[in-house]
Design a binder for this molecule. Structure first.
Ligand SMILES: [Zn+2]
Length: 301
């Protein structure tokens, strides 16, 4: 697949070295990008008009003011900010906006937005779980605005993407598919929340490769095929890996490769371009290996 990475050094400036969601993560993630010589494209900040389709204007103003006047600090017990955070968060969402534009133009078949802070826990009115703006939700709205009729979001982060599910709960044009450890943070993502375009697959601690291979080769592929989207967006959280210090899904390198292969093959089957955006993943060496696995799969797909 013709593939590119969207990345900016501004993502490294949002940092708290003692926190699991720190800048070293992205440095490790980007190493295979250089080794595999993928094109790297710089993003701009997201347009305000697009951002306010996902977040309230009051909340956006709160973020701007906090980073300017109160930095450093915390939006919630998990989610820190410093004076660079606003620029980083606006640029992370902007990377997703640009990624959709690049796919829409046909220049690339797959783009990976290598961004921080992550996004899938961010709600309309608040930061949550290391996330400030919901990057993948911004990508979905952008895709609809450029003419996509149906957008499929697959979220393989170990945590449920509560913010993404809530953003599109009454939007049947956007399908949300999530595998996640359950019961677990943030508490959402049970099968009871499923509807015609929300498919949560809650998984027990310790589930492992065999469960993921089954769910992605059967449940995910069937959902993707029947929805037949114009674009596939991926909340790529690598904290499903067995080496992750925060989670317990027990997926090996081989299991991660199987998941990514199903995502790539599924998108090819329905003829949809792919946008990945980085969510979690907190073991640095596992994250680097998962990066290599993802880009090898994209380049050979
Ligand atoms: Zn996560």
């Amino acid at each position: 697949m013709r593939s590119a990475v969207i990345y900016s050094d501004i993502f490294l400036k949002h940092d708290l070295p003692t926190h699991p969601e720190n800048a070293l993560r992205l440095k490790y993630f980007m190493e295979p990008v250089g080794e595999l010589q993928l094109p790297v494209i710089p993003p701009k900040q997201v347009s305000y008009e697009l951002l306010k389709t996902i977040h309230s204007e009051n909340y956006i103003q709160d973020v701007l003011i906090a980073c300017r006047e109160n930095a450093p600090g915390f939006f919630d017990p998990d989610t820190y900010y410093n004076s660079y955070t606003c620029n980083a968060a606006l640029t992370a969402a902007g990377a997703c906006e640009l990624g959709v534009e690049l796919l829409s133009s046909g220049e690339f078949e797959a783009v990976f937005c290598a961004v921080r802070p992550p996004g899938h826990h961010a709600e309309r009115d608040r930061a949550m779980g290391f996330c400030i703006f919901n990057n993948v939700a911004v990508a979905a709205v952008k895709a609809l605005s450029l003419g996509a009729k149906r957008v499929f979001i697959v979220d393989f982060d170990a945590h449920h993407g509560n913010g993404t599910q809530h953003a599109f709960y009454s939007t049947p044009e956007v399908f949300y598919f999530s595998t996640h450890q359950f019961p677990f943070y943030p508490g959402t993502g049970s099968e009871r929340e499923n509807n015609s375009h929300v498919l949560n697959v809650p998984l027990r601690e310790g589930s492992g490769d065999s469960t993921f291979k089954r769910v992605y080769s059967i449940t995910f592929r069937e959902a993707l095929r029947s929805f037949s989207p114009d674009v596939v967006l991926v909340s790529a959280g690598y904290d499903l890996h067995r080496d992750d210090p925060l989670t317990g899904l027990n997926v090996t390198d081989e299991g991660v490769r199987a998941v990514v292969e199903q995502v790539v093959e599924g998108a090819k089957e329905v003829g949809a371009p792919l946008l990945f955006t980085l969510e979690g993943g907190y073991n640095l060496n596992a994250l680097k290996r998962c990066s290599r696995i993802t880009f090898e799969t994209l380049l050979s797909g």
